[in-house]
Design a protein around this ligand. Sequence first.
Ligand SMILES: Cc1cc2nc3c(=O)[nH]c(=O)nc-3n(C[C@H](O)[C@H](O)[C@H](O)COP(=O)(O)OP(=O)(O)OC[C@H]3O[C@@H](n4cnc5c(N)ncnc54)[C@H](O)[C@@H]3O)c2cc1C
Length: 382
Amino acid sequence: MQRDLFSEEHEMFRAQFKRFAAREIEPKIGKWNHDGITDRDTWQRMGAEGFLGPCMPPEYGGGGGDFRYDAIVMEELAYIRAHGLMTGVHTSICMPYILSFGSEEQKRRYLPPAIAGEMLLAICMTEPGTGSDLAGVQTRAIRDGDHYVVNGAKTFISIGQLAGLFIVVAKTDPSADPPHKGISLLLVEADTPGCVKGRKLEKLGLQAQDTSEIFFEDCRVPVTNLLGREGQGFKMLMEKLQQERLCIGIQSVASCRRALDDTVAYVKQRHAFGQPIASFQNTQFKLAELATELEVGQAFVDRLLAAHVRREDVVTEVSMAKWWASDLQKRMAAECLQLHGGYGFMKEYPISQDLADAAVQSIYAGTNEIMKRIIAQRLGIG
Ligand SMILES: Cc1cc2nc3c(=O)[nH]c(=O)nc-3n(C[C@H](O)[C@H](O)[C@H](O)COP(=O)(O)OP(=O)(O)OC[C@H]3O[C@@H](n4cnc5c(N)ncnc54)[C@H](O)[C@@H]3O)c2cc1C
């Protein structure tokens, strides 16, 4: 079915990105998966071609478009399984914090190199002891003259090794009651003394995406690097979660489409009992059901994408899409793997990796249980 939310300009941008991805990204995915990390050069090429920050204002080097351009890049990357290039984190999650809450000086200092792919951005919320319960972060940023002295440990930070700038969630008032009122956001340049990159973590999936520990040890950050106002961090985080969760819905649906396309092709050429496995009713019914769910998911995500571009509050619906689409991605990968038989278990068939990659979609950007809590609260029963 023709999707009707993209203009001719969007489709031209998609075609341009597909050409770029075929040339500059697809040939490198195997190496990135092997190395456990992407490379700076590719990020910079993406920046130079206008694929990072297509929605950022032109005065900072952006394309001046709307969020649909970011969505196109995310969809295409998910479809080609280039999960290591987490442009969603850099472009759709981190940049908007700086654009929305940054001072003019912060925007001029950080957005142009980020849009050019020269300075990668990461966000440090999660800590070894605190993930879902964000108000419980233990990292502290205590004022000392013109600086904050930051101490704490963060973990599971996407693009942690490559990042040049971290948006750090820290307590500037550890005794605040309620605790979330003591949270602020700080912009910490990666080469600031006391900002230490720890291990690149070994993971089940998303092999090429560097996920890291980040430590702050008496790290002195100028007060001018406070993002927004002191004590407003939690509010800023909540404001930006709609887009972050929509990104997961967009990626999940695109990943489902790839798994389904590959499986439809596979069952046509694989034979058992003298006939293609596509001819078995079980295969047909399974794929018919999955194709139906995919279209339902696509329609919902597209509707939310359009509403988000219109700046509507769709927090409840985006929470629904996040849990539902990521659950579908896991089911899709598992069912499609089964239809590949033993080959589905072999690494040379990407469907095996799809199952591993899908696992995290229901965990990060707020777990699916937290999504259901939000929905329940908005139903007035939480
Ligand atoms: C690959 C990867 C990349 C990531 N990237 C980033 C990043 O860039 N930046 C960042 O800050 N973080 C990142 N994260 C962290 C991620 O956001 C957290 O893992 C996630 O928020 C869950 O927190 P947790 O792991 O501490 O789980 P926990 O909070 O300990 O949850 C464990 C289980 O308990 C359930 N649970 C918790 N509270 C409730 C509740 N109230 N009701 C019902 N169930 C509950 C959860 O749903 C989950 O099933 C990443 C994680 C991964 C795996």
